[in-house]
Structure formats: structure tokens, C-alpha cells
Write a protein that binds this ligand. Structure first.
Ligand code: ADP
Ligand code: SF4
Ligand code: MG
Length: 326
């Protein structure tokens, strides 16, 4: 199987000033995962776990402090040197808030025409035909009812379809969808998730589906990556992770889902997130019901627990051999 995207030990810190003191925020810590072509991988974690940071690093909006991002076997730094437009064409993004993602003054036709003109140099009749085809692909039909509409005339679900059509317009190989349904009505979330599945199966697009909701991740994705405070704590086949979660955090995530289709991001009964400390030890130890002596001394490495199922937890492997190099 072909890998399309690989992250190797990618780290990103931000700094924030509180009461005159500079505080470091570890948004991504040595994040590694590999996404296979035409797969859907879900990146799951509660608010503040670093999901959008990773999306921004992959799409090139932000630069990593260290580590490597490879798309189709070529590093992002190499893509940046002279091939950034091609990279942008191939790696598109769908945002959480479709209202903010669209210019209120632009019609659907104009919005979708931009990538078709810029990246594919279409014009005239071929441009018009492609806009029509894309609206059909995202099920905004009959096309004539939507093509000349402005954003305010459309519902949230319809706007997210326009955003998706715009993302697909450049014929991208990878779409990073950052919580694409969390701001939409519960009733239309499943339709947008179905559209993602359809774009993967019919158009061959690979997806990184970012969500705080493990249930939709299990339903949609082939693989799941669980993120806690910028650290990958568990990853593997979606069914295996959801059916047999190995990391105490993933277990808590699954237990604390009151309503997977809720409109608001659920505050989980997991205590307060401390995003600033990095004083060694397991990232989850302050909240872990199973924390042991060793969990305060070293960082557990992400290691195979079963085939295609990795976990970073001393409960599942030998602590002496599996500490990550800091
Ligand atoms: N530009 C920034 N400046 C400072 N801190 C940031 C910035 N962007 C994100 N952060 C912080 O990084 C952490 C991860 O944020 P984010 O990636 O948005 O998480 P998520 O998408 O999972 O909610 C949070 O603590 C957030 O406050
Ligand atoms: S390594 Fe220790 S603290 Fe971390 S999740 Fe496992 S048992 Fe809990
Ligand atoms: Mg986010």
C-alpha cells in the first residue's frame, strides 16, 4: 500500500505571555503517523489537544519547529522550494466554520471558479461545465438553484458542501478536514460525513478527518490517531482502537461520550488540561487512574501492542526499553 503523507516526530510550540511571564505551549510533540493513499484517517482529541495545529503544519500555514512532513515521499521543505503552488493544489483544507470560510460577497459560482481558474486554467464553457459537475458531486442539485446564490441564502450544511466543492475543485490528492461537521446541525452531520466517504471512494481523495468525536471517527475512518496535549497516545485500525482502546485516555474518551452528535463540543469529565508543562514523564499521568512510579520518570514510546495498533503507555510495554528519547 502507498503512503501519501508521513509525519515524523513533528513538534510545534507556541509562546504565550501570562502576567508578564513567557509560557511555552506544546501544541504538537514529536507527532508521527502515516496516512495511506485513499484512506480516511481520523485525528481525534479534545479541544486544545493540537489538532488544528497539526492541520496547519500539514497544509503549510505554519512551520514545524522540528521533525519532518513528507507528502508523496518529498519533504514539505522541498515542496516549499519552488513547488508550493503544486503542493497547495494537492493538499486542500475544509474548515470547521463554513460561514467564516466563504466570502459573503461571492456567489457559489465565483467561489468554485477560483481554484478552477488558478490551478486548472479553465475558462468559458469548460469552466462552467466543471462548476456544474462539482455542484453535482457535492449534491447541491438542481445545480441552477444553487449556482448563483450568495452564502447568506444557504444553510450551514449547503455552505459546507460549497466549501467541499471548492476544496475538491483543484483535484487534490489529500483533504484535511478540520472538524467539518462540528458546527453543523445534528441532522445534517451524517450527510456531510457520507459525502466525505463518497469523495474518497468515487474521486479517490485521501482524507485526514479531524474530530473530537471518537464515534464518528470509528464510523468513517480506516485508522484513528488519538492525540492528548499534542502527543499521539494511541493509533491503529479504527475498529481495533474503538473496540479495544488500550490507552487510559482513549478509554476515558469512549466512556465520556454522552451524545456523539451533540452540537457543542462536550466538556469531558477529565479534569483540567495543562498544556504548558513538559517536565518529563507520561503526558497523561496527572489524570491517569493507573499512573505508576515509572510514569513520572520517563515518556512511554508509541509501540506496537497488537498488529496495526500502537499505544504509548507503560501498562502495555516494558518501561525500561520503551522510553522515548527526549
Ligand atoms: N497561534 C497560537 N498562539 C498561541 N497558542 C496557540 C496558537 N495556536 C494554538 N495555540 C495553542 O496550542 C494548543 C493547541 O491548539 P489547537 O491546535 O487549536 O487545538 P485543537 O484544534 O485540538 O483544539 C492550545 O493550547 C492553543 O491555545
Ligand atoms: S504510561 Fe502510566 S500515566 Fe501514562 S497512560 Fe500509561 S499508566 Fe497512565
Ligand atoms: Mg481545532
Amino acid at each position: 500500500m502507498d503512503s501519501i503523507l508521513r509525519l515524523g516526530k513533528v513538534s510545534k510550540t507556541y509562546s504565550r505571555k501570562t502576567n508578564g511571564h513567557e509560557q511555552k505551549i506544546y501544541a504538537a510533540r514529536r507527532v508521527s503517523f502515516e496516512l495511506q493513499t485513499q484512506h480516511i484517517m481520523a485525528l481525534v482529541g479534545e479541544s486544545g489537544s493540537g489538532k488544528s495545529t497539526i492541520a496547519k503544519l500539514i497544509t503549510g500555514v505554519e512551520h514545524a519547529d522540528s521533525g519532518v512532513i513528507e507528502f508523496e515521499g518529498k519533504t514539505l521543505s522541498a515542496w516549499r522550494r519552488g513547488h508550493l503552488a503544486e503542493y497547495r493544489r494537492n493538499v486542500q483544507m475544509v474548515f470547521q466554520d463554513p460561514y467564516a470560510a466563504l466570502n459573503p460577497l461571492n456567489t457559489v459560482r465565483y467561489t468554485i471558479s477560483r481554484p478552477l481558474v488558478n490551478y486548472r486554467k479553465l475558462h468559458g464553457e469548460s469552466l462552467h461545465n466543471e462548476i456544474q459537475r462539482l455542484l453535482e458531486v457535492v449534491h447541491l442539485t438542481p445545480v441552477n438553484e444553487f449556482i448563483d446564490k450568495l452564502p447568506f441564502e444557504l444553510s450551514g450544511g449547503q455552505l459546507q458542501r460549497v466549501v467541499t466543492a471548492r476544496a475538491v475543485a483543484s483535484n487534490p490528492k489529500l483533504i484535511v478536514a478540520d472538524e467539518p461537521v462540528s458546527m453543523l446541525d445534528v441532522s445534517i452531520r451524517a450527510e456531510i460525513l457520507r459525502l466525505i466517504e463518497e469523495l474518497r471512494s468515487k474521486q479517490g481523495v485521501t482524507f485526514l478527518y479531524i474530530t473530537h468525536d471518537l464515534i464518528s471517527a470509528r464510523m468513517l475512518a480506516d485508522e484513528i490517531v488519538v492525540l492528548y496535549r499534542g502527543t499521539v497516545v494511541e493509533t491503529g485500525n479504527a475498529r481495533a482502537v474503538a473496540k479495544n482502546p488500550l490507552h487510559p485516555y482513549t478509554q476515558l474518551l469512549l466512556q465520556s461520550i454522552p451524545n456523539p452528535w451533540a452540537t457543542e463540543e462536550q466538556p469531558m469529565a477529565l479534569g483540567i488540561l495543562d498544556r504548558t508543562s513538559d517536565d518529563g514523564g507520561c503526558v497523561f499521568r496527572a489524570r491517569c487512574p493507573y499512573a505508576m512510579e515509572v510514569c513520572h520518570q520517563g515518556v512511554p514510546e508509541l509501540t506496537n501492542a497488537e498488529s496495526d495498533h500502537l499505544v504509548a503507555c507503560f501498562l502495555h510495554h516494558d518501561a525500561t526499553t520503551q522510553m522515548a528519547v527526549q
